[in-house]
Design a protein around this ligand. Structure first.
Ligand SMILES: C[S@@+](CC[C@H](N)C(=O)[O-])C[C@H]1O[C@@H](n2cnc3c(N)ncnc32)[C@H](O)[C@@H]1O
Length: 385
């Protein structure tokens, strides 16, 4: 990576970088545990996103190995920005040339809170102006903005008139692993599936069951986790691979890193059983599992035919909810009564309706609010006696 030591007037970001792993709200604790387990340095619990630090390669590694992070960002500059002039000047003080040339496209996102600049759209525009003015200054031509597929993604976080400028290493959100081409009606983000598996406290040795598996996300993420296979290996490219300074040397280093990580997986994983009532969605799930390279026992079966067989299993599922998927209180009650008969099992539900909690006569061992897209869900876990 080219020497970005001149990116900040206030502090050098050449050697050890300060990274930030963003997560779905409510999953920060498990993301923090995951990053610690994966051996990252400087990991600290923080609501909204987990900081860690290391050389550039550690940022690349995080993109490849974290199952729960949504995005990995690197801090370029932090400075006081009480007004638009200060914001513009602070962004211009960063040397953007290592990352961006006039041939490339960029996008700028912003979040403002408790600051004199209140409108995030306005703040993002100022940041964009400062960047393109610097690049234009060098050669006359300027990079253009792309909302859909930018080469370089910049993010401003403005809190109490203090600006932090981040560059996004991920590119597309990390939940896009590359294996899920086909989905059913309400697919779960892969990162959320990975987070609820960790929240379920599954030990990766007991058999795991998803009786309403849809496109198979929970089962596939479980198999990837149990086999220790890094989730990012099926992704063709990350955002940082499109930066101006990503040359032949960096490409070689990235190939080596991918190679090292590819060697680490294990073939021996516990039985993972996934079923669904909908044959078409099961076909999609099978194709997704094939692409992910994992072995799962799929079955066409109604959840109402699920029975215990005397061995302890962990059930993790995201049952249907609402009119669109044709469910109501009666469906939830019937599901609750099936689950209550699975003696000795641990039952974990990402429930989009309070009717599921009402349908099980036990107190949940754990209850956490998690957003699933636009829907607020409860993640509930039970130990069935
Ligand atoms: C919210 S979706 C699950 C989405 C899944 N987690 C994914 O990532 O694709 C709920 C699933 O429950 C299935 N379903 C509905 N009624 C069922 C029943 N009686 N038995 C089994 N599956 C059922 C639907 O076909 C749908 O695939």
């Amino acid at each position: 990576m080219m020497d970005p030591s001149k990116t900040s007037g206030e502090r050098s970001v050449y050697d050890i970088q300060q990274f930030l792993a963003t997560s779905i709200p409510g999953t920060e604790r498990v993301l923090c545990d995951e990053l610690l387990e994966l051996g990252f340095s400087g990991v600290r619990f923080n609501r909204g996103a987990i900081p860690f630090r290391g050389r550039w390669r550690e940022g690349w590694r995080a993109c490849l190995v974290s199952r729960i992070a949504q995005r990995i960002r690197v801090l370029l500059h932090r400075f006081p920005a009480p007004d638009e002039e200060a914001l513009y000047a602070g962004v211009r003080a960063v040397d953007w040339r290592p990352f961006l040339s006039w041939r490339q496209t960029l996008s700028v996102g912003a979040f403002c809170r408790a600051s004199s600049i209140r409108h995030s759209g306005f703040a993002a525009l100022k940041v964009k102006d400062a960047i393109v003015d610097q690049i234009r200054g060098d050669g006359g031509k300027r990079p253009s903005v792309s909302r859909e597929d930018p080469d370089v993604r910049v993010y401003l976080y403005l809190l109490k008139d203090r600006a932090s400028i981040y560059l996004d290493l991920s590119g597309e959100s990390l939940h896009r692993r590359g294996y899920r081409m086909e989905t059913g009606e309400a697919p779960l983000r892969e990162t959320l599936a990975a987070a609820i598996l960790r929240l379920s406290e599954w030990d990766r040795t007991a058999p795991l069951v998803d009786p309403m598996c849809g496109s198979g996300t929970i089962a596939i993420e479980a198999a990837l986790w149990a086999s220790g296979r890094p989730p990012g290996l099926s992704r063709e490219r990350f955002g940082f691979e499109r930066w101006a300074n990503f040359g032949d040397k960096e490409e070689r280093m990235m190939r080596e890193l991918r190679g090292e990580l590819r060697g680490g997986g294990s073939e021996k994983i516990p039985r993972i059983l996934a079923s669904d009532l909908d044959e078409n969605v099961l076909k999609a799930a099978r194709a997704n599992a094939r692409r992910a390279g994992v072995r799962i026992s799929f079955k066409h079966r109604s959840v109402f035919d699920l029975q215990g067989d005397g061995t302890r299993k962990v059930l993790v599922t995201n049952p249907p909810y609402g009119v669109r998927l044709g469910t109501g209180p009666d469906f939830c009650r019937r599901v609750g009564s099936v689950f209550s008969r699975l003696h000795g099992w641990r039952i974990c539900l990402l429930a989009g309706s309070p009717d599921y909690e009402r349908s099980i006569s036990l107190r949940p061992h754990r209850k956490i609010q998690l957003p699933n897209g636009d829907l607020n869900c409860d993640f509930l876990t039970y130990e069935i006696p």
